[in-house]
Design a protein around this ligand. Structure first.
Ligand code: SF4
Ligand code: SF4
Length: 408
């Protein structure tokens, strides 16, 4: 039967008519006639033959980028990435940690063989990107063997999140660099002593030293500063530091659950969120980078990603590891039970269209409703992302740059 795939949405932002495939992110700009013809096709007023006669180039692009067939659209085979918490132990007690819990340092590590079994199951589900996290993964002396096993299982991308405070010089870094594609090192202090509250004061030099050691041994490194209300103005300095150290940089925003936990003064005001959007947009335009739009109905939680906790529990996302979101256990449950669980089904059905406050937003099909974990931590899973002001400003800036770059 003629028609667009279920993941396709026709929408407009400002003066631009757009059609997006929210399964793969592809967005196509439409002329006024294109909007009219796509609307007619979507409403079955014209068939594909007539649409092709009127818009041959558009139909060529629709066929090429999956706008007409169903594809996988978040079905059983759609899982692409997973977090694997290889330990719950940590040598720190950071207030902003997403995985902080009362059980920290109490859950025993899973044996190596169990982790390998979990990795094999993740690979059989189609996982291609594995994020090794914790706790502090470098506390496991078999970390290299775990990453090597993931590569042998056919997982193409394996990265590692670390607080950078353990002596990486003690690791076999040649071996690590052969099986780890990127190391994310948390950094939340600058060498000049800028404001910091997340970790202990002595950590910043160790973190920078870890970055240098890893880089000089050929590992790819991404610096990961945590942004909170007191260090927003440090963003440009972090960017310069990353350039100087020749590493990539990505920013982590202090989580709302952390803000709710005796850290009110580090939580963001609306003005803070606008300032962050401003800095991040400067960064995204650095080096003449062209603005890019991507269509989405939601984030990947439970759809394209899952998170496995240190005891084998499976959750939709590393930020949603609460008992009510447990999908199953990798060690005890058959995979089919996990993939088809009712909790996963709820996340498969959860889109920006389920969030009432987002339904009339101009940027709904670009933003996808932001982060469900932040919404859950603040007011509820079906509420608006509390960092919405930053997202709106960001998408407004991207659209403005697109209009400037491509002439509206
Ligand atoms: S979170 Fe904000 S920017 Fe994103 S879709 Fe909802 S209302 Fe729009
Ligand atoms: S809930 Fe938030 S952290 Fe989790 S996948 Fe979605 S955007 Fe990412």
């Amino acid at each position: 039967m003629d028609g667009f795939a279920r993941s396709v949405r026709l929408f407009s932002v400002g003066m631009i008519g757009l059609i997006g495939n929210c399964d793969n992110g592809c967005v196509i700009g439409l002329t006024t006639e294109g909007v009219r013809d796509c609307t007619d096709f979507g409403n079955s007023i014209i068939d594909i033959g007539e649409l092709e006669r009127r818009q041959p180039e558009l139909v060529y692009a629709f066929r090429r980028y999956g706008f007409l067939d169903e594809g996988c659209f978040y079905g059983k085979g759609s899982l692409r990435s997973a977090y694997l918490h290889v330990t719950d132990r940590c040598n720190m007690d950071c207030v902003g940690c997403y995985s902080r819990s009362d059980g920290r340092n109490k859950t025993p590590d899973l044996p190596f063989a169990d982790l390998c079994a979990i990795i094999d199951k993740l690979a059989s589900l189609g996982i291609q990107r594995l994020h090794l996290s914790g706790g502090e993964p470098a506390l496991r002396c078999d970390l290299c063997a775990i990453a090597e096993h993931a590569k042998k299982a056919g997982i193409t991308w394996v990265d590692l999140a670390t607080n950078g405070l353990l002596a990486f010089s003690d690791f076999d870094l040649d071996r690590l660099s052969a099986c780890i594609d990127d190391v994310f090192v948390s950094v939340d202090g600058l060498p000049d002593g800028a404001n910091r509250r997340i970790r202990i004061e002595s950590s910043k030099q160790s973190q920078l030293r870890a970055i240098c050691i890893l880089r000089s041994n050929g590992l790819n490194v991404t610096m990961l500063p945590t942004i909170h209300a007191k260090n927003i103005d440090d963003i440009p300095t972090y960017l310069n530091l990353a350039d100087k150290l020749k590493v990539r940089i990505s920013f982590s925003m202090l989580s709302c659950s952390a803000c709710n936990r005796n850290l009110e003064d580090l939580g963001f005001t609306k003005k803070d969120l606008l300032r962050i959007a401003h800095f991040l947009d400067i960064e995204s335009a650095r080096g003449g980078k062209k603005p890019v739009l991507s269509a989405r109905l939601s984030c990947g939680a439970g759809k394209t990603m899952v998170s496995v906790s240190a005891d084998g529990g499976v959750y939709p996302c590393h930020m949603l590891q609460a008992p009510e979101f447990c999908i199953g256990n990798m060690l005890h449950d058959p995979l089919v039970k996990i993939v088809e669980s009712h909790v996963r089904q709820e996340f498969l059905d959860l889109t920006v269209e389920s969030v009432e406050e987002c339904s009339s937003c101009t940027y709904a099909y670009l933003c996808g409703g932001g982060c469900r974990a932040r919404a859950f931590a603040e007011e509820g899973l079906l509420k608006k992302d509390p960092y919405c002001r930053m997202l709106q400003e960001h998408y407004a800036n991207v659209v403005r740059r697109i209009e400037e770059t491509f002439g509206g």
